[in-house]
Write a protein that binds this ligand. Structure first.
Ligand SMILES: Cc1ncc(COP(=O)(O)O)c(C=O)c1O
Length: 339
């Protein structure tokens, strides 16, 4: 994939913010291990998917596949939709996103806010439904351009050449293991390839929701880790260098994500917590000399309406807290002139 400038210079403002995210060390004192976490939630639309949108749309423009009247049409459970809407808006193209009606309301609002059209479909848990609808629409109207995130080899290539190379440079030494969930499989396959080429002994692992461990041969089921395991093994994972998979329950993923919020101050989404659970397990197996890398995929704000923000133990408003204690809460309200 060649580096290039967008036809519309205005797009550079947001495109230049995509990628080159930090690789930050997370020290888990109780476990006595350190994980290197690539902060993809710092991309401008808030997720790793900004890389895919930038790579595929710039490539399409360069090859003359995008015309002024083109409509970018993608099926997405959220993050790709938001990323395509953001990059499409900046590059000056119309965008239509097909999304399962079960996707969180925050994601829908962001897509609309970026000026894209949103078509909701009832998938009954089958992601393929959206892909089929997009193909039918494209067959009837030549203005549609399909980035095809689930099949497009650029998805893997771009992660191998950008995310993967950044990780290698930022780790500054041997990587013993890399673990990540998969939606399209682009991130796992691309980063896995880059790391394996440089460090052939590195173990590449797929994180899977325990309720739906497809690589273990289980059937599609329900889980709370949005963005990963959409009910099928994606074609882009076919030639990915995967040494094993680690199953993480939704409960463990949610608990770890809240821990990342409370203990580290990192406001990330549920799949990031799941990745860290898997990374900690690997780090425990590899011992103190292991260097385990994973990704923090997206931001917590995307999950306000989901189980991640169902407060354990109930929510206490400031006023209730003040009425229940004689301490600082009460003094705070007194200082405001309240009884
Ligand atoms: C929220 C989220 N977005 C995106 C991805 C990356 O998915 P893909 O496999 O499509 O590259 C993941 C994978 O874990 C994820 O959790």
């Amino acid at each position: 994939m060649k580096t290039q400038q967008p036809a519309n210079p205005r797009a550079q403002a947001v495109l230049s913010l995509i990628g080159h995210t930090p690789l930050t060390p997370l020290r888990f004192a109780p476990e006595g291990v350190m994980i290197l976490a690539k902060c993809e939630f710092l991309n401008p639309s808030g997720s790793v998917k900004d890389r895919l949108a930038k790579g595929v749309l710039l490539d399409a423009e360069r090859r003359g596949l995008l015309r002024p009247d083109s409509i970018i049409l993608e099926c997405s459970s959220g993050n790709t939709g938001i990323a395509m809407a953001m990059v499409g808006a900046a590059m000056g193209y119309r965008v239509t996103i097909l999304m399962s009606s079960s996707a969180s309301v925050e994601r829908r609002k962001l897509i609309r806010q970026l000026g894209a059209d949103l078509i909701l479909f009832d998938s009954a848990g089958r992601y393929q439904t959206g892909i089929e609808i997009s193909r039918e629409m494209a067959a009837k109207d030549s203005r549609y351009f399909l980035p095809r995130q689930f099949e497009n080899p650029l998805n893997v290539e771009d992660h191998e050449q950008t995310t993967g190379q950044e990780i290698l440079a930022q780790a500054g030494g041997p990587i013993t293991a890399f673990v990540h969930g998969f939606g399209t499989g682009g991130t796992l396959a691309g980063c896995g390839k880059a790391i394996k080429k440089r460090w052939p002994q590195a173990r590449i692992h797929a994180m899977e929701p325990a309720e739906q461990a497809l690589l273990a041969g289980e059937c599609p089921c329900c889980h709370f880790i949005e963005g990963v395991a959409d009910g099928f093994i994606p074609p882009l994972l076919r030639d990915a260098p995967i040494d094993g998979h680690i199953e993480v329950t939704s409960a463990d993923a949610l608990a770890m994500t809240r821990r990342l919020h409370h203990e580290f101050g990192l406001l990330v989404g549920t799949s990031s917590g799941a990745n860290i659970v898997a990374a900690l397990r690997l780090a425990g197996e590899l011992g103190p000399d292991g260097t385990v890398v994973t990704l923090l995929c997206d931001r917590a704000e995307r999950y306000f309406s989901t189980a991640l923000f169902d407060l354990v133990g109930g929510e206490r408003t400031a006023e209730r807290a003040a009425s229940q204690t004689q301490g600082s809460g009460g003094q705070f309200f007194s200082s405001l002139g309240k009884p």
